[in-house]
Design a protein around this ligand. Structure first.
Ligand SMILES: CC(C)(COP(=O)(O)OP(=O)(O)OC[C@H]1O[C@@H](n2cnc3c(N)ncnc32)[C@H](O)[C@@H]1OP(=O)(O)O)[C@@H](O)C(=O)NCCC(=O)NCCS
Length: 219
């Protein structure tokens, strides 16, 4: 951590944080695709496509071709789940970081700077009921494995304690395995799961909800 500096977001970070966030989410598309392929309902659907195409065309080759097409569609859908999430974030809070995270009370947006570049980022916003939400955690690939995410996580937890919050909450997805290990190592526990859309349900793409109780909150 010696050459890294954690500081508040500044206007010149705009493009860097948007790109860092987008890359961090889009890299999960292949894992989402593989995860969907492991779901029993997806395998059954692929089998049904094969049987129907084979019966309709009377050809094994066309049956296999239909399965190949279905796999391409599955890949497009898995990518679309990630792309939709990125589009939504870039069009809302990450379109106006000062308005969302710097000016409102009890909000923050930290970046980790290394040699003038943004290496990592995280945000915090009040989530109601005395909880602070940790959001937009991302570390650039070339800076991973050096404890940057752990340091940012601690920054958010310390901020929440200092402001009298009783808990820090966050959401992640089942394919973000490194993030799950990170949060569990920092004292978060899984408190719920959900499928955020019909598409996610069909791809077996679950969101996971985590919570870290701080004790002694006064919000
Ligand atoms: C998840 C992420 C933020 C971790 O960043 P990082 O700076 O490399 O993490 P750290 O070096 O601080 O590691 C902290 C802990 O995270 C976990 N972790 C990090 N990388 C991991 C990996 N590849 N596999 C499993 N666990 C991993 C470990 O528990 C690690 O603790 P340890 O070193 O004692 O084992 C980073 O991989 C990332 O930006 N991923 C893409 C975006 C993303 O998924 N963000 C989370 C949004 S909810």
């Amino acid at each position: 951590m010696a050459s890294f500096r954690i500081r508040q977001y500044q206007d010149q970070d705009f493009e860097a944080v948007r790109a860092l966030f987008a890359r961090g989410i889009m890299e999960h598309a292949p894992a989402g695709f593989r995860h969907a392929l492991r779901a029993a309902r997806v395998r059954l659907a692929l089998l049904a496509v094969f049987v129907a195409a084979r019966a309709a065309a009377g050809s094994w080759v066309l049956g296999l071709g239909a399965v190949a097409l279905a796999l391409v569609l599955l890949w497009v859908l898995a990518r679309a789940v990630c792309a939709d999430y990125v589009r939504e974030a870039l069009g809302t809070d990450l379109c106006d970081v000062p308005g969302t995270y710097l000016r409102p009370p009890d909000c923050r947006f930290w970046v980790v700077e290394e040699a003038g570049t943004v290496a990592a980022m995280v945000a915090a916003v009040p989530a109601g009921r005395g909880e602070l939400e940790l959001k937009r955690m991302s570390v650039s690939r070339e800076h991973r494995g050096h404890g940057l995410a752990r340091a940012l996580c601690r920054e958010v937890l310390a901020f929440a304690r200092a402001r009298g919050y009783g808990a820090v909450v966050l959401s992640t997805s089942m394919v973000q395995v490194a993030a799950q290990r990170l949060y569990e190592g920092q004292g978060f526990r899984k408190v719920g799961t959900s499928y955020p859309s019909l598409l996610c349900t069909s791809l077996n793409f679950q969101m996971l909800y985590y919570r870290c109780d701080l004790g002694g909150g006064n919000k």
